[in-house]
Design a protein around this ligand. Sequence first.
Ligand code: ADP
Ligand code: MG
Length: 843
Amino acid sequence: MKRNDVNRDKLSPMMRHYVELKDKYEDTIILYRLGDFYEMFFEDAEVVSHALELTLTGKSAGLEERVPMCGIPHHAAEVYIDKLIKKGFKVAICEQLEDPKFAKGIVKRDITEIISSGTIINANSLNEKENNYIGFLYDFEYGVVLTYSDITTGEIYSEILEKNNTDIIYKVLSLEIKELVTNTTTDKVLIGSLKDNKVPISYNDNLLDNEYTNIYEDITDDRVIKSIKYLLYYLNIDQKRELSHFQKVKIIKKNDFMEMDIHTKRNLELTENLRTKERTYSLLWLLDNTKTAMGSRRLKSFIENPLLDITEINKRYNIVTNLLEDFITAEELRNDLYEVYDLERLCGRISFGSASAKDLLQLKSSLKVLPSIKEKLSKIKYYDTIDTLDDLYDLLEKSIYEEPPNSLKEGYLIKEGYSSELDELKSLSKGGKDFISKFEIEERERTGIKNLKVGFNKVFGYFIEVSKGNLNLITDDMGYIRKQTLANCERFITPLLKEKEDLILSAEDKIINLEYDLFCGIRDKCKEYISVLQKIAKVISEVDVLESFALVSEKYNYVRPTITSTNEINVIESRHPVVEKVLKGEEYVPNDIIMDKDTDILLITGPNMAGKSTYMRQLGIISIMAQIGCFVPAREATLPIFDKIFTRIGASDDLVSGESTFMVEMKEASRAIRFATKNSLILFDELGRGTATFDGMSLAEAILEYIANNIKCKTLFSTHYHELTDMEKTLKNLKNKHVSAVEEEGNITFLHKVKDGCVDKSYGINVAKLAGLPTSVIERADSILKTYESKEKKKDVYIQTTLPLNFEEHSSVVEEELKKIDILNITPIDAINILSKLKEKIK
Ligand code: ADP
Ligand code: MG
């Protein structure tokens, strides 16, 4: 049954309210509060019951048929909401705004919160080590602005991109934007491809004017401001989020950081491994020894944004050096960092008004170590410092009770001595309780009933309980009023008891309310410190990352690189840091990577499994480590600054359009060739192998020539085509390298050592043997190879590779005969005759 097909006049008032509300939230699942349940109706019920495997029931709502319905218990809602968000739904919570008991007519209900993948703030559903970005894509005629923000921390960034759909999609995927908002007029093709790549899309066409203007007050570009205002409207008005913790927008410019696209990020396994897409075995995994969640997030952003400025890079090296030299201070500082909670997200919760008493205690513990951190920062000559916020610490220390309950509506939030009004109420309530115990003793004496008890429950309040056997001792003049009869006792009240009860209970009510108000006041006070806290968080997270660099560098023997402006690479005994770490038992074989300023290309040959891809990745990773300020796995390292890294490594399938491997290969090659400058790094691993040998070889050669003559940037190029090694003779800036293997009696051992010159054997059959192919297949392959080799020697291979079009002219007599046969018009006997004639010709 569809919501829009039903006769609305017939609907019950509540269901009419529902459908009218739903009209406004077309793309959102509404969880409609009915008593202890959140219910969904019509299409929402059908979709969600399917997605979460819930029972689909029905509700009578005035129509002949029952309306489809499914529900979740409100106390378990969080779990279900999480699941819905993970599946890409958007969820709106519709609460009861008044107590159904006192409601006249239908209960007042309205949307109180909207949750989507980009705007989750619930700590349980967020990964503390990752940012959770929501973006706005503003399509102006000649380009787009991508503004994105993590609302839990208040960071916000804007970047202007060229109008190239592939680039835009790569950018969105590479930032792992969890939800992308855009105008309804944005290019449909682009939005379609984004959806194909599982990016949840939301729409908003309204601007938020005159509010939170501080976020963009320094910006002059109208297009950027517009994209921010669109995003703010969506967050503040549509999603009802408080944004007072938002920081000033940061404009990301192309020339601020090393450029690398999503392929490079994936191929070099910077933040996740290629196979399982998990953090394990990535560079991030290796380097992450941070002590705070903020540090872990900062490290990820460091890795994704390597620096280009030598001074900035050296500033980081200097701190790592100081930390390694003054290892005692480094260790003490690490212990302090351990005490710091996620200040960025605490600021978010303070701003949203969702910070609990425990959150404020976490804030207090974090503030407590600031003086010590500040002192250590100056000891290691850190390039920045922090405020210590002693007054905020004092406020929290004297106000927030140390063991508060989870809820803010049960009292026990505020310490004694903070508010005289609260202390008075508490002593009143305590006096009342003292009265009750005294009253119990007095009544026992007055009535002579030794087991008389004064009890309390929520329905009757305070009462006197007398067991059945003693009832005869109660006389009328005692003023007992019967309230309740139980199996073996009776419960009474007296006017005096009720009078005191009112005092006690109203004091307790007042205490709870007052504690709540005081708490909110303190939380608001914290709000005033948000921007200072965010500044502190930035310093702490960065120093946490540098501590992590120092720790890893020490542990694995990394060396401080020298950054040069002379465009040469001189890395001695370098290793691939992750492969080195995961090699169990075996020794990693270090290799030199040396390219003087006149060498631009290393052409690397060698058998499969020799270590070519690893060697190429090694240079990519070492360059990135160097440019994020980390030491590198080598004995000695001199490196230039790379402005961009392009890679084509392995046969990763296309993310965007499902094109064939070869097409993707060529597209990546074309991007590299178009956008590389002489300061870029290109890593091409067996480029061209996705097509037939001769095409592949020709393309590879042409591309190499182009790089060598026009771009002249540092390039590592591995290949199976030994023919290409002749290029060393004609291209001055190309050098041959090979990775060696030794063969003994048909068995092959890989040495993983990169050496000068080229090899002419590819050992494919030896590798196949290692892989366990049956002996008969290996032997047969070997003999086929021998016939090929003897034929090859007679021809000029080089000419064939560059003139593939000549193939046609070489077609044989047999081929010509075959072409003439008209299969449909010959008999089987003819066929046998032709066949025997053809065989004759081959001989
Ligand atoms: P290729 O690209 O030449 O086929 P890979 O680079 O994929 O070879 O390396 C094959 C395997 O050899 C890797 O999985 C790695 O474990 C190992 N390996 C590569 N280089 C080294 C090295 N320098 N030292 C030790 N093992 C290495
Ligand atoms: Mg390889």
